[in-house]
Design a protein around this ligand. Structure first.
Ligand SMILES: NCCCC[C@H](NC(=O)[C@@H](N)CCCCN)C(=O)O
Length: 467
């Protein structure tokens, strides 16, 4: 008797785009929560006595456990060992638990406890609410990064040989929309109940995101069933082994792309933290207007990334795109650093942000779909985990480096600002030159990547879509 051919679920365009919509919407909520209190710095200072230093430490706590306790490496191993469904659910739950703790830290219910009194009794310049919020945000950080690598592996599972870079580009675009949404919605939530109300909404969104991940797992189970994936059918050579970690860290393509990743993202995300103040100082405008200019940055990247992804799917040229991205990154930071304030107007500022936004599209759109070409599928999760870990080291360290460079290159300025002297501003030339330096190094690494690609035949310049 003739066996009936099964059409795999990922062969159906509708099914794979539904799968993408489910996981991307959760990433929208996840990125929303990452920045949920970002626009509330002054409110947190007034209501909770969080100084700017305390506020800055909160940003770092997102990466703390991932970097120092190697959670991102563990997350990658868990993904390869336990599979997509288990890891998505674990990531979703971890985000909810971490967010719940951060919300509890801001409630009067916590402030009245003996635990809060104990937490407030040491390192007294950091309030108890902030200490508990750090712990919550560090746990959330494990979840959000675990979700990030699992979503990448999921996209590869559904879209490899098809519209993989477009799908990754769309997922990143939806996530960036979350960052845009947070800057619009959080202040409104906070006006009606303070920062804890904003965090509560973020928590509610994450619960919805968890349900979406859960819904996706049914599609994943069906696809696995069709593909005949089970412990019994997976041959030992297809299974992830701990020794594969050594293969990842000795793979020249992986090393080149990770170095490029940490340099590139170190000149993007930490820059975002300082950009508003830098523009306010350079343009001599207030913080609100400067923030409005900076808001074009993720929006531009959001619009462009899927188009670049589409181009990569049909035309390829992934490694070349990363080099172009590094050039634009360097040029934009050099403009910020070297064009004197007298010649730096609003038009120059917006044009430079557009150049940087284009770099922010070119590199991510081509970098993340390149990894499956460099490493084997069975340890792809660990490779994503490892590259995120290396990147997180930069995201943790660079804001500290930039903060230090800013203070060192502007002697006496922070003291004058603290004393309330009017019109005193930081000069951002040195920090911007550091960012430009990262761009130059990323540019060199782009060529290294091109060289190792040619030598090892990864096919980084080839289209993702099979004809
Ligand atoms: N499927 C996700 C691809 C990675 C997207 C990338 N995100 C990261 O690299 C995160 N590890 C760091 C996000 C830090 C946000 N505060 C991106 O371009 O967003």
């Amino acid at each position: 008797m003739k066996e009936k051919a099964v059409t795999l679920l990922n062969e159906s365009k509708t099914a794979r785009w539904i799968a993408l919509a489910l996981i991307s919407t959760t990433m929208f909520f996840a990125y929303f929560f990452v920045d949920v209190v970002a626009p509330l710095q002054s409110m947190l200072e007034t209501d909770y006595k969080w100084t700017p230093e305390v506020f800055g430490m909160l940003g770092g706590s997102e990466f703390f456990l991932n970097v120092f306790a190697f959670f991102l490496i563990f997350s990658g191993v868990i993904l390869d060992k336990m599979g997509i469904r288990f890891t998505l659910i674990t990531a979703g739950l971890t985000m909810v638990i971490g967010a719940g703790l951060k919300f509890y830290a801001l409630t009067p219910g916590f402030a009245d406890t003996g635990f809060a009194a104990w937490l407030g009794s040491f390192i007294t310049w950091v309030p108890a609410s902030a200490k508990l919020a750090f712990v919550g945000f560090a746990i959330f950080g494990i979840g959000v990064e675990m979700a990030g690598i699992t979503v990448s592996k999921t996209i590869v599972k559904w879209f490899k040989g098809k519209e993989m870079a477009l799908a990754m580009g769309l997922e990143m675009a939806v996530a960036r929309l979350g960052v845009f949404a947070v800057f619009r919605l959080t202040p409104i939530f906070a006006e009606n109940g303070g920062p804890s109300n904003s965090v509560l909404w973020g928590l509610v969104f994450l619960c919805i995101g968890f349900l979406l991940f859960l819904t996706y797992t049914f599609m994943d189970a069906k696809l696995d069933k069709q593909m005949g994936v089970s412990k019994l059918t997976t041959s030992p050579e297809d299974e992830f082994k701990l020794s594969d970690l050594k293969k990842i860290f000795t793979n020249p393509g992986f090393l080149a792309i990770s170095a490029l990743c940490v340099l590139f993202y170190s000149a993007i995300f930490p820059f975002q933290k300082f950009a508003t103040d830098m523009l306010a100082s350079k343009l001599n405008v207030d913080i609100k207007s400067a923030a409005a200019y900076v808001s074009f940055f993720p929006i531009g990247a959001m619009i462009l990334t899927p188009f670049i992804g589409y181009f990569l799917d049909v035309r390829g040229k992934g490694a070349t795109m990363m080099i172009y991205g590094a050039v634009l990154l360097t040029v934009s930071h050099l403009i910020f650093a070297l064009v004197p304030a007298e010649s730096f107007g609003v038009v120059t500022a917006i044009l430079t942000i557009v150049i940087l936004g284009t770099a922010f599209s070119l590199v991510p759109a081509s970098m993340w779909p390149s990894l499956p070409k460099i490493v084997e599928d069975r340890y792809l999760g660990s490779a994503y985990g490892a590259i995120f870990w290396i990147q997180n080291i930069g995201l943790l360290a660079v804001p500290i480096l930039i903060g230090w460079a800013l203070t060192a290159s502007n002697p006496g300025v922070s003291e004058q600002i603290a004393a309330g002297v009017e019109g005193v501003k930081y000069n951002y030339t040195v920090p911007e030159l550091i960012f430009a330096g990262f761009g130059v190094l990323a540019f060199i690494l782009g060529f290294v990547l091109k060289f190792v690609d040619k030598k090892n035949g990864y096919g980084l310049e080839l289209p993702n879509k099979k004809k």
